[in-house]
Design a protein around this ligand. Structure first.
Ligand code: KG4
Length: 335
């Protein structure tokens, strides 16, 4: 069975073609809007939806061409139904429902979080169930117990900012551009992670929740105080110390969750999972703890449609299908 998958939850228009039984990704196309939003220092929702409208058909067409597949060979369409920016979601989700209706084939609405939770299954080395998953992106920072391809329980989540959001805000404060994660991590490589003692929010010994707003404020206060005193800012050290504070908390809480739920496997997903410091340190920590660690290639960490196709197929096998009048949603029931 050939699947066409569509993702448009935020600022990337993405489409992919997958071979369902083998889980083979035949093509995966992502059209980024970073250049459009960069000059505003963050995503402008109205611009994002307009760009999706312009790009949805060219991106779908490109995915079909790259896969060498005709539209009439597609037997299932999967599209992100939520969570995300409703204007953005509506473009991809309505396109998918309409195409499925016209072609007389089934359509599955996929939760974006389910895509991230299963993205590691797109790789050769797949985890078996159950596992602990940390999903860490621009909109989410949550821990899950994943018991099967269609059954997930949230164990903890951020009480304020998502980790990616904190990276983006620190980058904006330092005038480093948007998105902040990749550029902050590049500066961090050249810095001393112990130079500035930024705070870590543990929220109680056993808490599996996160909080990054205090850390963000602490970086802001540090930068503003030095600017007021006319002192130099060592961007490398600030980025390295900030990144270390984020990574420390993400790793410690993920390991605590895996131990608490007796999971032998940890999975990482979401845009921040492409951070090399997080990947390397999590790998080392898991090794010491005797836990197997799985993380997809960076292209499957950031938003993509291949993960939506895979998650959609599992849910289709489980009986899930959308009706033409089903709506997109901005908040995930999983979160
Ligand atoms: O999953 P994603 O593509 O979009 C959603 O938020 O759903 O994640 C984007 C987020 C942004 O906040 C971006 O700054 C962050 O992931 N990010 C990173 C890195 N690459 C992307 N954060 C830290 N280090 C990175 N290398």
């Amino acid at each position: 069975m050939l699947i066409l998958a569509i993702e448009s939850s935020c600022d990337d228009t993405a489409a992919a073609v997958l071979e369902a039984e083998t889980k083979n990704v035949l093509s995966s196309v992502v059209s980024s809007q970073n250049d459009i939003h960069a000059r505003f220092g963050g995503i402008v929702p109205e611009l994002a939806s307009r760009c999706h409208i312009e790009m949805i058909w060219p991106v779908v067409n490109q995915a079909l061409t790259d896969a060498g597949v005709q539209l009439d060979e597609i037997e299932l369409i999967c599209a992100t139904q939520g969570p995300g920016l409703v204007g953005s979601l509506l473009v991809g989700f309505t396109f998918a429902k309409s195409l499925a209706l016209v072609r007389g084939i089934p359509c599955v609405g996929v939760d974006h979080m389910a895509g991230h939770l299963l993205s590691c299954m797109l790789e050769q080395e797949k985890p078996t169930f159950p596992f602990t998953a940390l999903i860490v992106s621009g909109g989410n920072t949550s821990l899950f117990s994943v018991d099967s391809p269609v059954s997930y329980t949230r164990l903890g989540r951020t009480r304020d900012d998502a980790a990616g959001e904190a990276f983006d805000k620190v980058a904006k404060l330092l005038d480093l551009g948007y998105p902040g994660g990749p550029v902050v991590s590049q500066y961090a490589v050249k810095g001393d992670a112990t130079a500035i003692a930024f705070p870590r929010a543990w929220l109680g010994k056993d808490s599996l929740d996160f909080s990054f707003s205090g850390l963000k404020t602490s970086v802001m206060n540090y930068v503003n105080q030095r600017r007021q005193k006319g002192l130099d800012l060592d961007i490398n050290d600030i980025c390295a110390s900030f990144q270390e504070a984020v990574v420390d908390v993400l790793i410690k809480k993920t390991i605590t969750a895996a131990k608490k739920y007796n999971h032998q496997r940890i999975v990482l997903g979401g845009g921040v999972a492409s951070n090399m410091q997080l990947r390397d340190k999590m790998q080392q920590t898991c090794k010491r703890a005797g836990i197997d660690f799985f993380v997809p290639r960076p292209v499957y960490c950031t938003d993509n449609a291949a993960m939506i196709g895979l998650a959609g197929y599992y849910h289709f096998q489980n009986g899930s299908m959308v009706n033409p009048d089903d709506d997109a949603y901005s908040r995930s029931p999983l979160n």
